[in-house]
Design a protein around this ligand. Structure first.
Ligand SMILES: [Zn+2]
Length: 122
């Protein structure tokens, strides 16, 4: 037989004595901390860029990405194409997929050919 541990008298939660203002401050700190944690995660999962092609105001990048999942055995994933553009001064991005949109791919392949030609003639 296992004797039950003697139960300690529960102290009242210190949160019950907080004013609205203090709770608001705590919430602010909490938000700030989770933002920092989020930024740190983002930097850990920063993709590595394999290729880049600017098309008008959009930059397409061919990237491998780390999903950030703890037990993932398939990391890094990809590479996949992502589109980056500016909107109201903020950088936005969108997953494109394994294949570039035709128009962007044509520009990209054109540049690759030009690069190869330069190497050949050098
Ligand atoms: Zn993964």
């Amino acid at each position: 037989m296992v004797k039950p541990m003697p139960r300690k008298a529960k102290a009242p939660s210190p949160l019950t004595n907080l004013s609205e203002k203090e709770i608001a401050q705590l919430r602010e700190i909490d938000e700030r901390l989770s933002r920092v944690a989020q930024e740190r995660r983002a930097s850990l999962t920063r993709p590595s860029v394999h290729a880049e092609q600017t098309f008008g105001s959009i930059t397409f990048r061919y990237e491998t990405v780390r999903c950030g999942k703890k037990n993932c055995t398939r990391c890094p994933h990809g590479p996949y194409w992502y589109a980056y553009w500016k909107e109201n001064g903020r950088t936005r991005s969108r997953y494109v997929g394994r294949i570039l949109p035709t128009k962007a791919r044509e520009v990209y392949e054109e540049k690759q050919r030009a690069k190869l030609d330069r190497v050949k003639t050098a």
